[in-house]
Design a binder for this molecule. Sequence first.
Ligand code: PMP
Length: 407
Amino acid sequence: AAALDVQRIRADFPLLSRSVHGKSLVYFDNANTSQKPAAVIEAVDRYYREYNANVSRAVHFLGEEATSAYEGARDKLAAFINATSRNELVLTSGTTQATNLVAYSFALPRLQPGDAILTTVMEHHANIVPWQLVAQRAGATVKAAPINERGELIVERFVELLTPEVKLACVTHVSNVLGTVNPIREIARECRKRGIPLLVDGSQAVPHRPVDVQALGCDFYALTGHKMLSPTGTGALWAKKEHLAAMPPFFGGGEMIREVRFDGTTFAEPPHKFEAGTPNIAGFVGLSAAIDYYQSLGFEAIHAHEQQLLAYATERLREVPGVRIFGEAAEKEPVISFLVDGAQATDLATLLDLQGVAVRSGHHCAHPLMQFFGVPATLRASLAFYNTREEVDAFIEALGKVRKLLM
Ligand code: PMP
C-alpha cells in the first residue's frame, strides 16, 4: 500500500490546526476520543440542514431519507466488521451501553448462584462493572485472569479459569492503557471448545485495525464510535443471530415493538427489538462518513504509519531519564503508558498541557490494572494515524522541560 500522506490527512481535521496556551496543539489523547475529519462534521451538518426527521415513524420524504441514512450506517458498520448480516448489529450509544445490554439481557437470565463471569485484569471498567452488577443480583461472581509484567494476558491461566461454572467470558481486543493486542482467535477457540460465549471489547481495536468478527470467532463484539472518528453517543453491539434471538429486550419503548396491548406486548425482530426510542440519527450519519474515511485510507497504510510512530515514540521516551513504560507486549497498538520518577502523573500532564501537549493522566477507568502495577495513575500518550514524528519530537522536548521543572 502507498504510504499515508499525513500532511494532506491533517488538513482534513480542522481541530488539529488549533493552538492551545499559545502553542501548536499536539493531540496525544486519541484513545480517549479521536478528532473528527471535516467529512464527518459536514455529514452531520448536512443531515440537520437538509433531511432532519425521525426514523421509521414517517412515510414522508424526509423521514425516508433519515431512515435510509440511519439504516445505511448499520449496513456500513456490518460490512466494516464483516458481520454475516446487518441484523446482527444493534446500534447503541457506545461500548458501555453494549456491554450493559449483554449483562442484563444475556448474562443475567443465565446466571445461577455459584456461576461466574470471567474477565481479565486489564479491562476497562465498562467490561467489569456491568458483570459485577448482574453477578451480584444472581449470586454469581466475577473472576479475572492475570497478566504478566509486560502487560500481556497469560492465556494459559485464562484457559484454566474457563471452568464449567463460567457462563460468559469477556476480554478486551486491545488494552486502552497498555496498547496490548490480545490473541482473540486463540481465546475464542478455547471458549468454543468449552461452550462458553465470548464477548470482545473492541473499543480500542476498531480505530487501528481491520476487524473481522467471523474470523475472530467470538460471540459478541462491542465498539464505540467516538474513538473511530465519529460523533460521541454512537457505537454498536455485534452479536451472533442466535444470541440476539434468545435475548429478551432490555429497554422498552417506541421503535422496539410489534404490537402493544395491555394484555401482552409483542416485540420487533432483532436488532430493532433492542433499540427503543429515538436513536442518535445525526451521530450515525457521521459514523457512516467516518467508515468511508477509514476505507479511503486503508488499514494497511494506517497500521504501517502508526506502528512506525509507536516505535519511534517508545524509543524517544526511553531516552528520557527516569521514565518507566507500562506495557511492553509483543503486539501493541499505539498507546504508551508511562511514569517519570519523582513526578506525579497529574502534575506532568498539567505542565505538558501548558506546552500544548494533550495526554491523559489518571487511572484510565482501569483500577484493577493500576492495582496490578501498584501505581495510582499513569500518563498515557495515545497516537492516531494523523500524528507525526515532529509531534513526537515536540512531546519529548516538552517532557524534558517539564521534568526539569518538577525535579
Ligand atoms: N472499553 C475500552 C477498552 C475503552 O477504552 C473505553 C473508552 N475509554 C470503553 C470501553 C468505554 O467506551 P464508551 O465510554 O464510549 O462507552
